[in-house]
Design a binder for this molecule. Structure first.
Ligand code: SAM
Ligand code: SF4
Length: 417
């Protein structure tokens, strides 16, 4: 929108509020619905702000939301983002709501021209795949984001080269399952080839990617990572459960043993790699024993970060219809327990950084602390440092002086190459 002359303003002064939504958990949807209700009350009194509802919640229930709340003037599913800026302007001009949903087919080629405004001059995200074909039994993504569609690698590489020319140092490749990249295109060009080619773009100093599915994470990817120093040693590899029975019910396609063996080979090929994961607790029928299997796997692998979630039933998914749905108290209790155990593990791994000299890319001001800056290591650890505004956007060598559960503290020892 900014490239069309719009500017960001506080809510109280805005003509339009754009709500980018996610359907993965029910709570997030409820929060958005109550936000819209709040804007609608103001809109009824003052005629402003209008609301644009975007993303998978919009795809799922946006039409109902627009019926209920008259402030909703645009609804767009995740595959129609290219139409949003013009749509908002049209809707504000004539007062009629616009709807861009999957029923209005839009080729992936159009997604390649989605206007992108990047907030950081040195870090950028490139979406490489849309949707997912895996149909895990709990997950709404394939229904609201559609089947896997990979962008053409030529377009991704053009985007990466243009970013590098503009001064971007770090690129993150994004997708629900980035390692499934290319499996829908049949030209034999897969994720390993894409990683190799993007990492060779001159000027790109750091290449990241998220998220990877254990079934799609193959040896070719590891070999490319091992031979390209600019690919960050940081992998998010969601395990979801440590119980084979639950993994089968989830339709994940691997056993706990297979996951452990993949984690071990990643660590042997990429020493020092940071491994993070996603874990769901309270999946339907998860017994205390199944839960203990998940805890045991966390203790064995020792992930740097675990993104934990209490299972949330999503309409239309197979798991939502399963018997033995667990009560909220059991789910909350298990969530608290894994979070407590993981905090101690993360602390222990972070302590091992103390005294080390390491390169960070300085992102900006630390959220807490006057004048303090924050950067990230290649392994994606947050490091808080004392620094000057002109350090933002620079690579810098620091010595780690202190470790916390979620971040490190450091002091400058020189400027990175
Ligand atoms: N594709 C990745 C994978 O292989 O797992 C993850 C992408 S998924 C959209 C992001 C995370 O949301 C998942 O890892 C899972 O932990 C969580 N999630 C998805 N559906 C969920 C549900 N119904 N309840 C709770 N968490 C859920
Ligand atoms: Fe959802 Fe990930 Fe499973 Fe795809 S692989 S269905 S995105 S959890």
């Amino acid at each position: 929108m900014i490239h069309r002359g719009w500017e960001e303003r506080p809510d109280s002064e805005a003509d339009v509020v754009i709500l980018v939504t996610c359907s993965i958990r029910e709570k997030a949807e409820q929060k958005v619905a109550s936000e819209i209700g709040r804007y609608d009350a103001v809109w009824k009194r003052t005629g402003s702000p209008s609301v644009a509802l975007i993303g998978c919640m919009a795809q799922r229930i946006g039409a109902d939301m627009a019926k209920k709340f008259r402030c909703v003037k645009l609804v767009s599913g995740p595959r129609h983002l290219g139409l949003v800026p013009q749509g908002i302007e049209d809707a504000l001009n004539d007062g009629r709501a616009r709807f861009f949903m999957d029923e209005d087919p839009m080729a992936l080629e159009d997604l390649n021209v989605v206007p992108t405004e990047r907030l950081s001059p040195v870090k950028a995200y490139i979406t490489i795949t849309y949707g997912c074909d895996r149909f895990c039994s709990y997950c709404i993504v394939p229904y609201v984001r559609g089947r896997l569609q990979s962008r053409r690698h030529e377009d991704i590489l053009d985007e990466a080269r243009a970013l590098a020319l503009g001064g971007v140092l770090e690129i993150t490749l994004l997708g629900q399952n980035v390692d499934a990249y290319g499996k829908d295109r049949r030209d034999g060009y897969g994720f390993a080839a894409l990683l190799r080619d993007v990492s060779s773009v001159p000027g790109i100093r750091r290449l990241r990617f998220a998220t990877s599915h254990p079934r799609d994470f193959d040896k070719d990817i590891l070999d490319v990572m091992a031979s390209s120093p600019s690919i960050c040693r940081a992998i998010n590899l969601p395990v979801q459960s440590g119980s084979d029975r639950i993994l089968r019910e989830m339709n994940r396609g691997y056993s706990a043993e297979e996951y452990l063996s993949l984690a071990a080979s990643i660590r042997s090929i990429l020493p020092g790699v940071s491994l993070t994961t996603d874990l769901i607790v309270g999946f339907p029928g998860e017994t205390e024993e199944d839960f203990r299997d998940s805890v045991a796997l966390l203790r064995e692998v020792k992930f740097d970060i675990v993104h934990t979630a209490a299972y949330s039933p999503r309409e239309g998914t197979r798991a939502a219809l399963m018997p033995n749905q667990l009560d909220a108290r059991t789910k909350a209790g298990r969530l608290n327990e894994v979070n407590r155990i993981q905090s101690a593990i993360a602390r222990e791994l972070n302590e091992a950084y103390v005294g080390r000299e390491i390169e960070i890319l300085v992102d900006g001001y630390a959220p807490k602390g006057e004048g303090l800056l924050q950067g990230r290591t290649a392994t994606d650890k947050v490091v808080i440092i004392n620094g000057a505004p002109e350090d933002i956007g620079r690579l810098m060598n620091v010595r780690i002086t202190r470790a916390g559960n979620w971040s490190l503290e450091g002091e400058r020892v020189g400027t990175g190459a």
